[in-house]
Design a protein. Structure first.
Length: 280
């Protein structure tokens, strides 16, 4: 796969795109990837997973992300890559992941979605080990203000009403975007550059949504390997760097409601549900 710098240059070149949603691209992109223990450990430490958690359940997203970018950079994709909003991410882990697992990663467009703020699209990702599905995800991205909207109506992540308690208060240092970009390969300058963030209307760089999701999950998992997990998250408002956040969660057990809010606990950065089974 191309290096992060090459991907960033190609993404910048898409800023002149002014197309509209056409027929879905049927291509399925694939790559082979081996879970690198050193990279997984660095990722786990940055996202707050315990030392005995093993491979974090959000880690395979990093292995699929280059395929997401490759899909979005294909000549037929009508919108600029920079400026797409990561609206939602749902992951399902079916079995325990192990260091040095050899995985076949697949990604494909899953269709256009009609959103009241623009054109949304879904990308499905799967990870297979020896031909068996071990992990899968769906990411929904949004092009704000797009016209000639296509697709079935977008159905937002369902979240039940539940009382929330404060679980953790987080400091978000100015370096967080750069550190996550280094370990993840997601070098979108909106997370690392104040100047670029201002070009898109933000006063400061914003935290990666997938870091926020991983950090919230990590805080609610026991310090043990995860056997199965489902985490469905909607990204709500940006978390600025430097800054702070507060993790809120519903009662433990079953499917648990989670929210990451701003320091004052009034504005949600993300909201969703988490259910898992950990090793005994």
């Amino acid at each position: 796969m191309p290096a992060a710098g090459a991907i960033r240059r190609r993404a910048l070149a898409t800023l002149l795109r002014r197309g509209a949603a056409g027929a879905p691209d049927p291509v399925v992109l694939r790559r082979r990837a081996v879970i690198d223990a050193r990279r997984a450990h660095a990722y786990a430490a940055l996202c707050g997973f315990g030392e005995r958690c093993g491979i974090p359940p959000t880690f395979p997203h990093l292995l699929g992300f280059p395929l997401h970018m490759a899909l979005l950079l294909r000549p037929g994709f009508p919108f600029p890559v920079i400026g797409l909003v990561h609206l939602e991410n749902t992951i399902r882990q079916h079995v325990r992941l192990e260091s040095a697992d050899a995985l076949e990663i697949e990604a494909r467009f899953a269709g256009w979605l009609a959103h009241d703020k623009g054109q949304a699209l879904a990308i499905d990702t799967r990870a297979l080990r020896a031909g068996s599905l071990v992990w899968e995800s769906r990411s929904v991205y949004l092009r704000l203000g797009a016209r000639d909207i296509r697709g079935r109506p977008h159905q937002p992540v369902a979240t039940p009403d539940a009382p929330l308690s404060t679980m953790l208060r987080l400091d978000l240092p100015a370096s967080l975007g750069r550190r996550y970009a280094t370990v993840s390969g997601d070098a979108n300058p909106i997370h690392t550059s104040a100047a670029v963030a201002r070009l898109f209307g933000f006063p400061r760089p914003i935290a990666h949504g997938m870091w926020s999701k991983a950090r919230a999950i990590a805080a609610l998992l026991p310090n043990a390997p995860v056997e199965t997990l489902t985490a469905a998250i909607a990204f709500k408002t940006p978390a600025f760097l430097p800054g702070g956040a507060c993790l809120m969660a519903g009662p433990p057990g079953g499917t648990r409601l989670i929210e990451l809010r701003d320091r004052r606990e009034t504005k949600p950065h993300l909201r969703g549900t988490l259910a898992f089974r950990a090793a005994a």
